[in-house]
Design a protein. Structure first.
Length: 284
């Protein structure tokens, strides 16, 4: 995927990519990629409602044909409404930085196969001890975690001129701050992007529409408070996310709608309802 643009010709539009995860973003040597996404999500249950409005900016740079570096910075408003209180925060969240290295590449005429491990860290950019008139905000409402967390995994890509599949497996382990430690997590995600037509949408500019279907599973261990496990915490979830991408030579516009199809919240009252994303990606 990472050099398919070069394989099949300079008139090819910007490559499609997964919408709900950034580890497979295609970037060539010496190229910079910028993706901005507006993300809105809701969770509810037990008379409570949690909403998050997030502007996430991801950037990547191709250091070599195999090595790429990435960073993601979110700015979010989080709001928790219950029958007795209304609590919220606004600010920068924790930054994520990671490196991806292509270890295996097999290129053919109009197709490519890649396997690339990645490793990175979540850095405590966001405030983690915000308070309001009721005291310290709940951990879920805090802009940041206050911890340095490590993550890593591997991404596999198979692509040709009509469709592309990206599949990732990742793991994250978390530090402790303010007596709280989030449970470690395991994720597996896959994204299939299919070009809907053979000819460009307009005669003046190469533009192609992609239908995208993504699926993911996340397993989160229970959190810990002051060293003790919190029984009603952690969660397992399976998601589906249909999406559309409009790709031109230098930019891609995208929209997705994520729905949980199965959840195990370990007794917690609040569970995820949905998440929407609208984004724009530019290569230069």
């Amino acid at each position: 995927m990472f050099i398919l643009f070069a394989i099949i010709g300079n008139s090819w539009p910007a490559l499609a990519a997964p919408v709900t995860f950034n580890t497979a973003l295609p970037v060539s040597q010496g190229e910079t990629i910028v993706r901005g996404q507006v993300i809105y999500g809701e969770a509810s249950g037990g008379g409570a409602k949690f909403t998050i409005k997030n502007l996430a900016l991801a950037t990547g740079y191709g250091v070599t044909s195999k090595l790429a570096l990435f960073g993601v910075i979110p700015f979010a408003q989080k709001r928790l409404q219950t029958p007795i209180a209304h609590r919220q925060s606004t600010g920068f969240g924790d930054a994520r930085v990671f490196a991806r290295y292509t270890m295996i590449q097999r290129d053919g005429r109009g197709n490519t196969f890649r396997i690339a491990p990645f490793i990175g860290a979540k850095l405590p950019l966001g405030a983690s001890n915000r308070k309001d008139q009721l005291g310290r905000l709940p951990q879920a409402v805090q802009p940041g975690s206050g911890t340095v967390d490590g993550f890593g995994g591997v991404i596999m890509t198979l692509a040709n001129t009509k469709w592309q599949n990206d599949t990732q497996i990742s793991f994250q382990t978390n530090g402790s701050a303010n007596g709280f430690q989030a449970g470690r997590s395991f994720r597996a995600d896959t994204s299939l992007q299919v070009r809907l037509h053979d000819q460009a949408l307009t005669s003046k500019k190469a533009a192609y529409l992609y239908a995208v279907l993504e699926a993911g599973i996340e397993l989160r261990a229970r959190d810990r408070l002051n060293g003790s496990e919190i029984a009603i915490s952690g969660a397992d979830q399976i998601n589906l996310a249909p999406a559309l991408q409009l790709a031109t030579l230098r930019w891609i516009a995208e929209i997705s709608f994520l729905l949980p199809v199965w959840q195990n919240t370990n007794g917690a009252a609040i569970s995820s309802d949905f998440q929407t994303r609208i984004g724009l990606r530019i290569n230069y």
